[in-house]
Structures are given as structure tokens and as C-alpha cells.
Design a binder for this molecule. Structure first.
Ligand SMILES: [Mg+2]
Length: 248
């Protein structure tokens, strides 16, 4: 079994988090720092959900995307509705993801750097747990906490469910809910992302690394951020950040 822990098995762990510091091993002597990272279009070069929907969805999922981009529906609702249009087995989609998804350059370097420095690296994604698991496992990247949508393969399409930090269904703002949890636990929060939905946790973070739409959103809202092309830029940027929030 993969050591990657996905949200499907996380409710139990969340209770553990609330009572013990699960990230004690990640603490640095001066201050606890946690890097919350988006997955689709951030860890991967392309949005894996879009690749799947473009190939397997039977229906006009792009109309839903348009509604999401116009702020008519949440990203969580968009994923739930769009994935019901997908009629394909786990095996078919796993094979597809293995051939199409590519991890952005430098991600392994980032995980190694975080491990050496004692920084917690956590993925919180609106994407689907099954493909995140496949992509990271295949790349030999293990022991990263992942909070994403639970995927259930049914005859009627793929069922997607979001579970928040409290163990209840979260239909809106998964990334922000987790960002608030990490802050409440006393972490200095560094956020990495690429999309419009990343602006909500980015607003709360102490430092932000951004590309694509998130970069534009940060500029529009006057949120200081460090642009990145790949994760080698992120590692360079992390080395230049102050060691603690008091120096930030
Ligand atoms: Mg993204």
C-alpha cells in the first residue's frame, strides 16, 4: 500500500491532529513552518482534472467551468458536477493519468529541501485523491500529507466528496479551511499555488509563491508574492525568506 495518505483515510488522523502535534517531527527550533501547496497546475504542469474531463466527460463540462470562472458556482461544486459526467473505470483513468500527467520540475528538490530543513509540506487540493496518489507514488514522492477530494467510482459517474478538517463534508473552501487550521495550530504559513481558488488561502498566508492566475489575483489585491516558474525557484525563494515570522 502506498505510504501516501489521502483524505479518504484522514478523518481518523484529523482527530489525532487535534489532540497531538502530528507535525512535531517537522518543527524547526525557532518556529514551526508549514508549506501548503496546491496540486493541479502547481505540482503538475497541467490541470489533471481538465485532462480527464476533456477526454472522458460525456456532457458540457466546460459550461460548468464557465460558471465557476464567473463565480456563479464554487470550485467544489464544479468538480462534483463535472465528474459525474465521467464514465470510466479507475484502471482506465489511472493508466491515462500515468501517460499524460507531468510533475513540474524541481518538486522532488522541494520535498528534499523541506525534509532537510524540517519544514512541513502539505498538499491541499480540490483535485481527486486517486490521481494525486498515483502521480506522487509513481514519482517516488512519499510521506506527504494530502488533503483532496475523495473519489468513488460508480456506474453513474465519479462521485466526489470533500471532507473538511472537522471530519464533516465541506462543500466550499477546502483550501481555506485547512489554511485556517494550520494557522490555528501556530504554524507560519507559506502558500504555493497557481489558480483563482488559491487566492483564499493566499490571503491568510505569511508568504505566497504564485504563478498563472494566482499571480494576477495577488497583483489585483496587492498581496505580496514571489512568482515562480518551477520548484527550483521556490527552493531558491525559501532560502531567502526570513527564518521566523518576527523577521518577516
Ligand atoms: Mg491549481
Amino acid at each position: 500500500m502506498s505510504s501516501l495518505i489521502v483524505i479518504g483515510t484522514h478523518v481518523k488522523n484529523m482527530l489525532y491532529w487535534l489532540t497531538k502535534d502530528k507535525f512535531a517531527m517537522c518543527s524547526i527550533s525557532t518556529e514551526k513552518t508549514l508549506i501548503q501547496c496546491d496540486f493541479d497546475g502547481t505540482v503538475t504542469e497541467e490541470d489533471v482534472s481538465f485532462l480527464i474531463l476533456d477526454t472522458f466527460a460525456r456532457g458540457n463540462w466546460r459550461k460548468l467551468l464557465e460558471d465557476y470562472r464567473k463565480n456563479k458556482i464554487s470550485v467544489d461544486y464544479f468538480n462534483k458536477q463535472a465528474f459525474t459526467m465521467v464514465r470510466a473505470s479507475r484502471e482506465t483513468l489511472t493508466e491515462f493519468v500515468r501517460t499524460r500527467a507531468k510533475i513540474r520540475c524541481g518538486f522532488k528538490e522541494l520535498t528534499d529541501y523541506c525534509y532537510k530543513r524540517g519544514l512541513c509540506l502539505v498538499i491541499v487540493s480540490n483535485g481527486l485523491d486517486f490521481y494525486i496518489d498515483v502521480i506522487l507514488s509513481d514519482a517516488g514522492i512519499r510521506n506527504i500529507e494530502v488533503f483532496a477530494a475523495q473519489t468513488k467510482f460508480c456506474h453513474e459517474g465519479i462521485e466526489v466528496q470533500y471532507i473538511g478538517p472537522d471530519g464533516n463534508e465541506a462543500n466550499k473552501g477546502l483550501k481555506e479551511l485547512y489554511a485556517r487550521l494550520f494557522l490555528a495550530k501556530g504554524y507560519r504559513l507559506i502558500y504555493l499555488g497557481n489558480g483563482v481558488s488559491d487566492i483564499h488561502p493566499a490571503r491568510l498566508a505569511h508568504h505566497v509563491f504564485a504563478r498563472d492566475d494566482l499571480l494576477s489575483c495577488c497583483a489585483r489585491e496587492n498581496i505580496a508574492c514571489i512568482p515562480f516558474t518551477d520548484f527550483t525557484d521556490v527552493v531558491k525563494g525559501l532560502k531567502l525568506l526570513p527564518q521566523s515570522r518576527s523577521n518577516s
